[in-house]
Design a binder for this molecule. Structure first.
Ligand code: HEM
Ligand code: HEM
Length: 471
């Protein structure tokens, strides 16, 4: 069969922009972390923790995370369907709108316009931009899948479709609001209903943006890097359907001990614990795919990123269900334990897979060998050590904080004032800044390596060009 002419230009665009937004996210992450230890580093009204924190989270999840997802989905859809992208023009428009949306979000958040719903802070005009962006993306990927030349649908395509449909439903339902001016709207839901819908959205954003897409990439890049197929396609499909079924019930685990009806909390708790099985289905599939290939952990830097990434996913999906149990939640909720959980997920799982995906893509998009494998290894160790310092120090901080909040004198009064518990956090927050800085340096090494690969003067390697069928 003749090799289709794959479009790589647009994938390059998304790779470059996701890296740029990733750099912004970690830089602002380091800044907000310093602002917590040094409050004098807040410069009102714009450069305060309150305004920069959502810029960090949105740049991290939507700029870096979703940017890489766009790049990889446009790349994988073409290869897995053995056909070129349905509409390159639409994909170009998508890239333009993606950047316009991120910039509009950053500017309005800096100016203080916010819905105050976490991970959905942007006001309604930006919601409309996001909806158009997602529709354009969805049409292009779904049409590419419809006109595919390969009958079998590999597991990555299932995760991709789930992410596309899932995000669309979640976002539209949670966006329902009444605009009262250009930058102010009120949610269509009230009271606990609003909280419930919001956390249904937010937790499933974790499922549909921070779980399904990295799994799609993992299942694609792992066998490509090791040269050996995944252990079981059947296991991947069973895990997929059970994951999709179970996730949608779990949102209220963010609302334990609140006025949300008890049965909803219990349902969320039960489904969260059940989620261990489908999550670990993928982890085990990943590990078993390494049968006879474990030596590649030493020799192949891509495998290091992928296997450490899936390991953090495994740890994250054990810790998450634990946090969903009422008694455990009563201890750690509102403490620094929770950001540690989040950053094992975002820095350890999502970013490790994103780094591996970009390292996989760039030589193929530009037809050149990677500039330096030792630098890629150095990058791996820096981001791994940085993330471990970040998370471990805040887990310890969280337990200490919870212990101090719960400590009581014999007469029933609290042993510590809130201020005393805050002061106790300083060394851990400093440790987080150091971990963040190490991670940030790792990201700079990564960017240098990618930049030098693209800039390398060698002519494109004929083997890579041939294998890729680039245009
Ligand atoms: C150098 C690396 C990073 C540093 C120093 C950093 C720092 C921080 C800090 C200080 C906070 C505020 C925590 C609080 O409110 O108590 C935060 C929150 C957050 N960051 Fe990061 N971060 C980094 C990387 C990332 C990345 C790569 C992502 C996403 C891909 C991310 C996503 C988030 C999210 C979702 C939150 C909200 C946490 C919550 O609700 O408690 N971060 N980060
Ligand atoms: C089986 C899977 C998982 C379960 C059951 C779970 C459970 C939880 C729970 C109960 C919380 C709330 C903690 C609290 O505030 O008391 C939480 C927070 C969070 N988790 Fe997970 N988690 C899972 C996997 C993941 C993964 C893979 C990620 C990917 C990065 C992730 C990212 C987050 C984020 C961003 C939050 C913070 C929400 C906020 O701002 O309050 N989780 N998770």
């Amino acid at each position: 069969m003749e090799k289709p002419a794959y479009n790589t230009d647009i994938v390059r665009g998304f790779v470059i922009w996701s890296i740029i937004w990733g750099l912004v996210a970690v830089l602002v992450g380091v800044i907000v972390s310093v602002q917590m230890t040094n409050p004098e580093m807040n410069f009102p009204p714009y450069l305060t923790f309150g305004r920069l924190r959502p810029i960090h989270t949105n740049a991290g999840i939507y700029g870096w995370g979703v940017g890489t997802i766009f790049a990889m989905f446009l790349y994988m859809a073409q290869r897995l369907c053995k056909t070129s992208i349905w509409s390159p023009g639409l994909a170009k428009f998508q890239l333009w709108l993606f950047n316009a949306t991120i910039i509009a979000s950053a500017v309005t958040l800096l100016m203080g316009f916010t819905t105050s719903k976490e991970y959905h802070e942007m006001e309604w005009p930006i919601d409309l931009m996001i909806i158009v962006l997602w529709v354009v993306f969805a049409i292009n990927i779904i049409m590419t899948i419809i006109k595919r030349k390969e009958e079998q649908m590999y597991i990555s395509l299932w995760y991709m479709m789930a992410a596309i449909i899932g995000v669309a439903i979640l976002f539209v339902v949670n966006s329902a609001a009444f605009p009262v001016s250009l930058f102010k709207s009120y949610s269509a839901y009230a009271g606990t209903n609003d909280a419930n819908v919001h956390w249904w959205f937010a937790h499933n954003a974790v499922a549909m943006a921070l779980t399904a897409p990295p799994l799609a990439m993992f299942y694609y890049v792992l066998p490509k890097s090791t040269g050996v197929p995944i252990y079981s396609h059947r296991l991947s499909i069973i895990s997929f359907w059970s994951l999709i079924f179970m996730y949608l019930w779990t949102g209220a685990h963010h609302l334990l001990w609140t006025p949300v009806p008890d049965w909803i909390q219990t349902l969320a708790m039960a489904f969260s614990v059940m989620l261990i099985a489908p999550s670990w289905g993928s982890v085990i599939n990943g590990y078993l795919s390494m049968n006879g290939q474990w030596h590649q952990m030493r020799e192949n830097f891509l495998v290091k990123f992928l296997i450490m990434g899936i390991t953090f996913y495994g740890l994250q999906t054990l810790q998450g269900p634990m946090q969903s149990i009422r008694t455990f939640s009563a201890f750690i909720h509102y403490t620094d334990w929770v950001p540690a959980h989040i950053h094992m997920g975002t820095m350890g799982w999502v970013s490790m897979i994103a780094f591996a995906s970009i390292y996989y893509l760039v030589p193929r998009l530009y037809g050149k060998e990677l500039f330096s494998i030792p630098l890629a290894n150095l990058h791996f160790w820096l981001v791994l050590i940085g993330q471990l310092i970040w998370s471990i120090s805040l887990w310890v901080a969280g337990v200490l904080q919870a212990g101090m909040w719960n400590a009581m004198n014999p007469d029933g009064s609290l042993t510590y004032t809130f201020m005393e518990t805050m002061v106790e956090m300083y060394p851990y927050w400093w440790a987080r800044t150091i971990g963040g800085l190490i991670f940030f340096i790792g990201v700079l090494v990564f960017i240098y390596n990618i930049y030098m690969t693209v800039k390398k003067s060698d002519a494109p390697s004929p083997a890579i060009v041939e294998a890729e069928g680039r245009v």
